[in-house]
Design a protein around this ligand. Structure first.
Ligand code: FAD
Length: 575
């Protein structure tokens, strides 16, 4: 036996096996592996090599101690593909046979289809998505950006993503010494000009598909066209600008349509998706998970990994999602959908050089069974910006949502220029509001990352926990007063004044104090404490000098950090 598998990691073994052409020798290596470390991924690698050299491997490899090998498919019991593969074979029929993962054409010589189209890969087509093996040793390049349009214009988030993609791929070139491109892809009715605009906003290439039936987003044709573009299918003229199997990275907007499209396209491309991301960076990553390394106790470094950050656990924590290959099964493009507003677009440069490519593909009439016969533009919603005061209600109103809403509105009315906002927690709740306040629970009043961004003189947050997605919509407010029963609520960290108390008690007292002129919002906002506060000592606005409107020198205005919020407890003041 020329090589002892025990001396090699699975990755190394895979490379070494490519140099072995003799069936007997491969059988000996397999037996040595079974007698030794008995790694499933190593045995699979030998099976594949046996298949590649044309050996009749069915049944002759013998089972390992851990289970019998399915030599024909190179899939073993206990792997993540067991069972699913069998089922797919049945459903797809012969197409599933004879398409082993490692039979991708030489990346330098892409397969040419019947019509002479370059860029085709020997990849199982995805009629049954239950399980299809993706590429191994595929060739991936470029960062693709789906540029969503509306009413003949690019959505702002499309420009934002292009700006971020430009930044990332410029860094990529510096880091790795390889120029890879930003590729915008879009579709619509008469969208060539928009493709050109994508170049101005940072793309190197813009691929567009024009058809008057694509004027509005339609799930089926948009998915089919995007997947077709990404796989490099189409005529030579529309694909000869690229020479790779699939994009390395892809970004979609986390809009309603973008969320829909991103999930479907990534499934079509046999990859994964990190949804609703708000930050991205590219870095190498060392992992020891055996699913990724192929064997326990070994570390493997993945290069050029897109790190996709997204808020989790109600926004209290950021997770970084990675899309890493498994041995013998690659996941590309590494894909994310991006929350609008996460990045800034670059200044457009209409003299920038770039390639605009018209995509070519037959569109099946059957994809247009859904016809949009009529549409209406919703009236502009409520504008919460530009007011002196914003009162925001959160899920703290849960005990009696209607009463909570009424109390919030009473406080709004007490001010001269105030509006009512809500958290997303309310928008997505199933609270039953009475009819007269129902309108205030709609998304148009939501404040935060996916709602409106406000910066009033005074922001009063009642029953709001302070999730990061909420924070980004209000933390530029001059003065933040929060009311919460939980003294450890996150919002306290970025409040100027924190009232520990039940909003059902505190809000009416505040409204009374404001309404009677005992509490002037300017005094709270400027931290002067020069209020006509009452002397009951029962409110967060009393005159003891220890109130939510005090001048104790602990406000943001006097240079102290935001986490120095004063606290008034249970309607009484602190100290
Ligand atoms: C992609 C994404 C985007 C998002 N965008 C937004 C966004 O734009 N805006 C947004 O707001 N959220 C957004 N969210 C949701 C966000 O993560 C939080 O889930 C949400 O902000 C929580 O709302 P809340 O503070 O009302 O509820 P909770 O987190 O449930 O907090 C309720 C608070 O009320 C307090 N409380 C309970 N009873 C009382 C009482 N009687 N008196 C006083 N206090 C009381 C509790 O102590 C608690 O702190 C987003 C989430 C994701 C994943």
């Amino acid at each position: 036996m020329a090589l002892d598998p025990d001396d090699y990691s699975v990755d190394e073994l895979r490379e070494e096996l490519d140099t072995v052409d003799e069936t007997d020798e491969l059988q000996a290596i397999l037996e040595a592996e079974q007698a030794g470390r008995d790694r499933k991924t190593a045995r699979e690698a030998v099976h594949r090599r046996l298949e590649a050299v044309g050996a009749d491997v069915a049944g002759d490899a013998g089972g390992s101690d851990n289970g019998s090998d399915d030599a024909a498919g190179g899939v073993e019991e206990g792997t993540e593909t067991e069972g699913e593969y069998e089922e797919t074979k049945e459903t797809v029929g012969d197409e599933a046979e004879g398409e082993p993962v490692d039979e991708v054409e030489d990346e330098d010589e892409p397969a040419v289809d019947d019509e002479g189209a370059a860029g085709e890969v020997d990849e199982p087509q995805t009629r049954d998505k239950k399980h299809v093996r993706a590429l191994a040793d595929g060739h991936y390049e470029d960062m693709w950006v789906f540029c969503e349009t509306q009413q003949g214009d690019l959505l702002e988030v499309s420009r934002e993503m292009l700006g971020k993609a430009r930044e990332l791929m410029d860094q990529f070139a510096e880091e790795y010494g390889e120029e890879e491109r930003v590729v915008a892809f879009l579709m619509g009715d008469d969208c060539e000009e928009l493709a050109e605009e994508c170049i101005a906003y940072g793309a190197d290439v813009a691929v567009y598909h024009d058809d008057d039936r694509l004027e509005r987003f339609l799930h089926k044709p948009y998915t089919e066209i995007s997947s077709h573009m990404a796989r490099g299918e189409g005529t030579v003229e529309s694909t000869d600008w690229r020479d790779y199997d699939k994009p390395r990275y892809v970004l979609f907007p986390a809009t309603n349509n973008g969320r829909d499209l991103s999930a479907k396209v990534q499934a079509e491309l046999d990859s994964g998706l990190a949804s609703d991301c708000s930050d991205l960076f590219i870095e190498e990553n060392e992992v020891s998970n055996p699913v990724k390394t192929g064997e326990p106790g070994v570390k493997k470094t993945f290069e050029k990994v897109l790190h996709m950050k997204r808020p989790d656990f109600s926004g209290f924590e950021y997770s970084t999602i990675l899309c890493l290959d498994n041995p013998g099964r690659e996941f590309h493009p590494q894909g994310a959908s991006i929350i609008p507003g996460s990045f800034d677009p670059i200044e457009p440069d209409y003299d920038r050089d770039g390639l605009v490519v018209e995509h070519d593909m037959e569109l099946d009439d059957d994809w247009f069974r859904v016809e949009i016969t009529e549409y209406d533009q919703l009236e502009a919603g409520v504008d919460l910006t530009g007011h002196d005061v914003v009162v925001c209600l959160g899920r703290g109103i849960a005990d009696d949502p209607t009463e909570g809403m009424e109390l919030g509105l009473d406080l709004v009315d007490a001010f001269e220029d105030a509006e009512l906002g809500i958290t997303r927690g309310i928008v997505t709740s199933s609270y039953q509001f009475d009819g007269h306040v129902e309108q205030y629970a709609k998304e148009e009043r939501q404040i935060g990352e996916t709602g409106q961004v406000v910066a009033p003189d005074l922001y009063i947050a009642a029953g709001v926990s302070g999730a990061v997605q909420h924070k980004v919509g209000m933390d530029e407010s001059d003065t933040i007063v929060s009311i919460n029963t939980d003294p450890d609520a996150r919002i306290r960290d970025f409040s100027d004044y924190f009232v520990e108390g039940d909003l059902f008690e505190v809000l009416p007292e505040l409204a009374d104090a404001v309404g009677s002129g005992e509490l002037a919002p300017e005094a709270v906002a400027d931290g002067s404490g020069e209020t006509a506060a009452d002397d009951s000592g029962e409110t967060a606005a009393d005159d003891s000098g220890e109130t939510a409107a005090d001048d104790s020198g602990e406000t943001a205005e006097d240079g102290e950090p935001d986490d120095g919020a004063d606290t008034a407890t249970g309607g009484e003041t602190d100290d």
